[in-house]
Design a protein around this ligand. Sequence first.
Ligand code: ARG
Length: 283
Amino acid sequence: MAATATKVAPKSLARILMCRPTHFRVEYSINPWMNPADKVDKEKAMNQWNNLKATIEKSGAIVDVLEPTGASHLPDMVFTANAAVVRGKKAYLANFHYEERKGERHFYEKWLRSHGFETLGSVDFPFEGAGDALWAGKNQNKLFCGVGPRTDPRALSDLAENLKNENPFKVLGVRLIDPRFYHIDTCFCPLEEGLAIWFPAAFDQVAQHNMKNEIELVPVSEKDAKQFSCNAVVVGKTVILNKGADDTGKMLQKLGYTPEFVDMSEFIKSGGSAKCCTLALPM
Ligand code: ARG
């Protein structure tokens, strides 16, 4: 009799929070991509979001879904990257720059708390969560924070103090200077330890210099940056990004990654793409 092989489920590579785009619309303009006259196709947006979620899951991540019940007045809540920056079981919540998004904090806080996270976060200075704060380096020992358009550099010391745990990390505030790339996750994407892709011209000279001292950086072209090629979801060796950034795709392949293209056109009408729709949570 043949021995029964025990099937071991493959270990998940990441855990990601997404919010269903039930109420997603473009009805105000808080970045240069948003034009309320350019209506979102609701059904298309839902299909694109479902496809993104399926692609993330296929790549080996677990996706948690936040249902935006009671949040019909918050059309940008699909962009969960902005909810908080998370380290271990601590979630440092966003304090949104624009009035239009301030109400989202309550819903993210509720979800994070009910899923075992300790929620922190001052409301003294604007800070826009993982949209402006990306972990990189060995054991995530570096936090790259975009400042200027949305996040106030004065928010960073409180954040560093509150997220402290047994793994020390360094916070690097870097100034964003191109209004099209108003969150750091629109122009910088850490891959594995010590390596990232970026669109250098989105940062001021000091930031460019400081970033180069911290991490190996591979540039993307302006053409690809405008396709949100840096706004990518990294799951192990898979990089999920908006369709059209073909040169970035080839470059990722050379670096040993597998690009997975998804159509994010409806979300780009709001100035967001794949990564903006996700918040990485610890496993
Ligand atoms: N319309 C949203 C805003 O302007 C898009 C947010 C994109 N999120 C991101 N993490 N880049 O706030």
